[in-house]
Design a protein around this ligand. Structure first.
Ligand code: S3P
Length: 425
């Protein structure tokens, strides 16, 4: 589907966004693993989290939707259907990688498949550490499908993460939850820490490293999860409001976890007028109501340690960079190439259509200049974050613009257009 957007003159109002995707995935997974009923409020309604839900249905969990929650009857340790299964992770790297760790500890054979995009993404990053733990896991050419057979003996380990990836860290944690001995994971560069917070894992911070301990004593129990609004979805509206000349936007109860709020830190350093007016705490997660007003931005140097914290927001951050003083440049972000699309290529290709000066690096890109061409048909490449980035860019352009294959926004935020319509003047 081609979606057309016209220029927007004014942004005003208030948004309540669906729950954070990363937390929702984990809430579904931990609920499915726990022995008994858990309830999730404000769960992400995107296709990705639906993929996690579908996998747990397939594993035998009873899942029920109420008007404003999802009730999951978890099976408890080693109590899944115990029949061989094929699980479809759809477009979702988080579903696929996290459940691999869980499946490595089971006594049945499972195969994980996914869509075309997920089938191109690297899986050696989980196959290697899980194999070191004794898992019987294989992926031909390190891509999907992944086949997991019962392990002869799964064992605890001490492991330093090779890739700064919360998905890899969580896959190891999920396997380690089935072992009485302690597994230790060392993270040299901090990644999102929802798994640690939600399971109450011991984390020691030492010389910039995180040392995470996990064992069967952290195995999830039935719980009630209240998921704050997704900061990665909010980022599109934040940048839209900052760049629009006439805006005041409130976004309620946005996740402000320290490993996720880097986008706000970076935008503020660029000169953004973003204010947190109320703070809330749910379990170990912090959230807040934020108010965003039109701002004049200047590009800054983006520190390499903040990259994992803003990795999903780099597409929309680069858009802020085009409208800011100076050149937008990002390095140490090769991971962008392994997301739903090669996001470095997807962004640069679309920016080139506008006549901007771009440069592509192995680990990043730069973009600068004046927008010369108008009313462009941008390509989403089937990537939700690329689609939404260019939707915002179209609404900031005098003659608007269109996005090809826009339906992919359903992956993280199916109500994107309704939310936009509710705040534009
Ligand atoms: C996620 C971790 C990140 C992120 C992804 C969600 C998670 O990926 O890009 O959208 O929920 O753990 P990596 O772990 O591959 O960095």
């Amino acid at each position: 589907m081609i979606q057309k957007y016209n220029a927007v003159n004014k942004i005003k109002g208030e948004l309540n966004l669906p729950g954070d995707k990363s937390i929702s995935h984990r809430a579904v997974i931990f609920s499915g693993m726990a022995d008994g009923k858990s309830e999730i409020f404000n769960c992400s309604n995107g296709e990705d989290v639906k993929s996690s839900i579908a996998c747990f249905k397939e594993l035998g969990c009873n899942i029920e939707y109420t008007e404003n929650s999802i009730i999951i009857e978890g099976k408890g340790k080693f109590e899944f259907n115990n029949k061989d299964v094929v699980l479809d992770a759809g477009n979702s790297g988080t579903t696929c990688r996290l459940i691999s760790g869980l499946l490595a500890a089971q006594n049945f054979i499972s195969t994980i498949i996914g869509d075309e995009s997920l089938s191109k993404r690297p899986m050696d990053r989980i196959v290697e550490p899980l194999t070191t733990m004794g898992a019987n896991i294989s992926a031909i050419n390190n891509k999907l499908p992944i086949t997991i057979k019962p392990a002869v003996k799964l064992k605890a380990m001490e492991h330093t993460l090779k890739v700064a990836s919360a998905q890899v860290k969580s896959a190891i944690v999920l396997a380690a939850l089935h072992l009485d001995e302690k597994t230790t994971i060392i993270e040299n560069v901090k990644t999102r820490n929802h798994t640690e917070k939600m399971l109450g894992l011991d984390v020691i911070e030492e010389n910039g490293k995180s040392i995470i301990s996990v064992s069967s004593k952290n195995y999830p129990v039935p719980n009630t999860y209240i998921v704050p609004a997704d900061i990665s979805s909010a980022a599109f509206f934040i940048v839209f409001a900052l760049l629009n000349k006439n805006s005041e936007l409130k976004i309620n109860n946005v996740l402000l976890n320290e490993s996720r709020a880097g986008i706000i830190t970076v935008l503020k350093e660029m000169g953004a007028n973003i204010e947190v007016i109320n703070y809330y705490k749910n379990g170990e997660e912090i959230s807040g109501d934020i108010v965003v007003k039109s701002s004049k931005l200047t590009n800054i140097n983006i520190d390499k340690n903040i990259i994992p914290n803003i990795i999903d927001e780099i597409p929309i951050l680069s858009l802020a960079g085009i409208f800011a003083e100076g050149k937008f440049e990002v390095h140490n972000a090769e991971e962008l190439r392994y997301k739903e699309t090669d996001r470095i290529k997807s962004l640069v290709e679309n920016y080139n259509k506008l006549g901007l000066n771009t440069e592509e690096y192995v680990d990043g890109f730069s973009v600068q200049g004046k927008i010369l061409n108008n009313d462009i048909l941008f390509e989403s490449f089937g990537d939700h974050r690329i689609a939404m980035t260019f939707a915002i860019l179209s609404m900031l352009s005098e003659n608007g613009g269109s996005i090809n294959n826009f339906d992919c926004v359903n992956i993280s935020n199916p109500n994107f257009n309704n939310q936009i319509n509710s705040i534009i003047g």
